[in-house]
Design a protein around this ligand. Structure first.
Ligand SMILES: Nc1nc2c(ncn2[C@@H]2O[C@H](COP(=O)(O)OP(=O)(O)OP(=O)(O)O)[C@@H](O)[C@H]2O)c(=O)[nH]1
Length: 386
């Protein structure tokens, strides 16, 4: 996730919003939990069913008038029963009685299709509505149950079709009207299929996005996780090779973090990590790749920077951490510092070698008293001078 290589600004805004919510949430956790149980949104599948029952009820009201005018009173009045069934299904879903809603909807569609075919014939197109069950059955039950239900549906469909071969419509309507009813039914089913297809496509896309986020980010700080950092770093290595434009690796570690946990508890420790991640996002450049490397350690890839320029970036973070308003974030003051180690990626070397040198520089920062920034290249120069 960092505030870095993604098309970026609004993503950063989202990340910050998420963190702010997290911090607020920590303070109000118990209350929010209780509230969220009662106020949680219905799953999208049922929201779609609510819309579908509304549309179906409206369609049946239209049918009532159509068949009344076409002098087919049985079908006209059956549509009133259908409206009642959809209204009942609507309220059943609203009251979370999903089972009743499913029974009502299935019964209505099965009976309506049969009555339509028996009264005015196969060409009425009422059987098309049965097809809408196919995706619904496949998506909402286990594979075994879906195959069983689909077989029954197919048998029902074929039986209706065969029935229409051997018997004439009981209450036929004139040919023009029959064509009109056919096209009307076809249009409704076509529209419903299109709507449901877009809905399912949207659901799959959302799930993919969520999975990608889970696979690439650290849930606490929403920074990139270690695995994804490696993927993005490989891209930087390739870029460095192609454009002879190397990058720096920076490791940042919060000093005496264990003491924060010990003195104030793990929750406060978590909040501190979130705040430090915020600071990193705010103080690093957009193209820097920021990741939570593990525990209280962060790894940052800084493209196109020399070690000294990377040090300036680290100093910005250090200064912000020193001035940070912990009182606003935690409700009490806290003194915390960070140590950093910086290395410069050398062409053709393994990235792990550059990370190891940054780690070594970080180790020296800690060993030399913490709250320091050490650069591995200076190490080499110093050694050469010595
Ligand atoms: N709250 C919290 N603590 C964590 C998390 N991950 C690791 N830690 C704690 O971070 C602490 C790291 O402690 P140390 O490795 O001793 O480092 P330190 O206390 O920062 O000391 P120096 O790095 O030497 O300055 C441990 O107590 C871990 O339990 C986390 O996600 N949340």
């Amino acid at each position: 996730m960092s505030c870095t290589s993604m098309p970026i600004t609004h993503y950063v805004v989202n990340i910050k919003a998420t963190r702010t919510q997290y911090l607020r949430g920590m303070n109000n956790q118990a209350t929010n939990k209780d509230q969220s149980v009662g106020a949680s949104k219905r799953p999208e599948f049922w929201q779609v069913q609510i819309k579908t029952t509304q549309l179906a009820a409206l369609t049946d009201i239209a049918f009532f008038f159509i068949f009344y005018v076409l002098d087919s009173p049985i079908l006209a009045w059956f549509n009133i029963i259908s409206v009642a069934m959809y209204v009942s299904a609507y309220y059943a879903i609203k009251r979370r009685n999903n089972k009743l809603a499913v029974i009502l909807i299935f019964t209505e569609v099965l009976v309506h299709a049969a009555i339509g075919v028996v009264l005015i014939g196969w060409n009425s197109g009422f059987h098309y509505y049965l097809l809408i069950f196919i995706p619904a059955l496949c998506l909402s039950s286990s594979r075994r149950n879906a195959i069983f239900a689909l077989t029954l549906l197919f048998a029902y469909y074929v039986t209706l079709s065969m029935l229409s071969w051997s018997s004439n419509p009981i209450q036929p309507i004139n040919a023009v009207a029959l064509n009109f009813v056919h096209v009307f039914n076809l249009s409704v089913v076509f529209s419903l299929f299109s709507y449901l297809s877009f809905f399912y496509l949207g659901t799959v896309k959302k799930a993919q996005k969520k999975l990608h986020k889970m696979a690439t980010t650290d849930p606490l700080t929403t920074l990139y996780n270690r695995r994804h950092l490696n993927v993005l770093a490989d891209i930087e290595v390739e870029r460095a090779k192609r454009y002879k434009n190397a990058f720096c690796v920076m490791l940042i570690d919060i000093d005496h973090f264990k003491t924060i946990n010990d003195n104030h508890g793990h929750e406060v420790g978590d909040k501190v990590l979130v705040c430090v991640a915020d600071i990193l996002i705010a103080k690093m450049r957009e193209k820097d790749i920021i990741a939570r490397w593990g525990g209280e350690e962060f790894l940052i890839i800084l493209p196109s920077l020399s070690s000294n320029e990377a040090r300036i970036s680290a100093e910005r973070v250090q200064a912000e951490l020193a001035d940070y308003n912990w009182n606003a974030a935690l409700g009490f003051d806290l003194q915390t510092t960070m140590s950093a180690g910086i290395s410069h990626y050398k062409e053709k070397e393994d990235l792990n070698a550059a990370i190891a040198r940054a780690d070594h520089a970080l180790y020296r920062s800690k060993a030399n008293g913490r709250n320091r920034i050490e650069i591995e290249e200076l190490d080499a120069e110093n050694k050469a001078r010595a």
